[in-house]
Design a protein around this ligand. Structure first.
Ligand SMILES: O=P(O)(O)OC[C@H]1O[C@H](OP(=O)(O)OP(=O)(O)O)[C@H](O)[C@@H]1O
Ligand SMILES: O=c1cc[nH]c(=O)[nH]1
Ligand SMILES: [Mg+2]
Length: 210
């Protein structure tokens, strides 16, 4: 598993505002979208392309187009939905599938409550969006779900990760083609499985308490 921790002052600045407990939902939503656009630049570095020829006003030239089959973007509901617009802005031809997952806040085990994905993901590049990689249970299960459907490689884009979660996903995906791109690698998890310092519950901060 490859891990890329973004090291860019713009990303750190936006993450700092996102972490601030005083930041209201509308600003939080705007920042989550902006952050994923910056992270998507790194996450799509190995997106598959095909040569195309175009005629400029001056000469014919060969460039690149994103190859078929189109990349599949998979936000993990709820919180991952807050990253979707930022990602498809950068890759407008991508298709979008959905996975709904929720972590039991006592056991910290994830369950999947919704799935709307193509049946066959063979030969597809997939990009999972989820702002928080805490214990890694949710992301590990989501990645495994996509590989079971035939995905060839999976890149996860997360805003904040805990070292414990990175290691858990690394173990759970051994031998798979997996990349994780994160905006920040935080210190640790607390006794409730929250990332420290983190930003609290990303779903609640985006959409309110349920
Ligand atoms: O790494 P883990 O320990 O599995 O925790 C991370 C998960 O927790 C959050 O979702 P949550 O279960 O709170 O659902 P929500 O997005 O609906 O709030 C987050 O968006 C991840 O999916
Ligand atoms: O810190 C955390 C951990 C799990 N889920 C969140 O939204 N935040
Ligand atoms: Mg939540």
């Amino acid at each position: 598993m490859r891990v890329h921790v973004a090291d860019h002052p713009l990303i750190t600045h936006k993450l700092t505002v996102l972490r601030d407990e005083r930041t209201p939902s509308p600003v939080f939503r705007a920042l989550a979208e902006e952050l994923v656009t910056l992270l998507a630049y790194e996450a799509t570095r190995n997106v598959r392309t095909t040569p195309v020829t175009v005629q400029t006003p001056v000469a014919e030239t060969t460039g690149l187009a994103i190859a078929e089959p189109k990349p599949l973007v998979v936000p993990i509901l709820r919180a991952g939905l807050g990253m979707l617009e930022g990602m498809v802005k950068l890759v407008p031809t991508a298709e979008v599938g959905f996975l709904g997952m929720v972590r039991d806040e006592e056991t910290l085990q994830p369950t999947t409550y919704a799935e709307r994905l193509p049946d066959d993901l063979s030969n597809r590049q997939c990009f999972i969006l989820d702002p928080m990689l805490a214990t890694g249970g949710s992301l590990g299960a989501a990645i495994e779900f996509l590989f079971q459907r035939g995905a060839v490689d999976v890149t996860a884009v997360c805003l904040i990760a805990a070292p414990e979660g990175i290691e858990a996903v690394r173990k759970a995906t051994e031998g798979r083609e997996v990349t994780v791109v994160v905006g920040a690698l935080d210190e640790r998890l607390n006794e409730k499985g929250y990332i420290v310092p983190g930003l609290g519950d990303a779903g609640d901060r985006l959409y309110g308490l349920v």
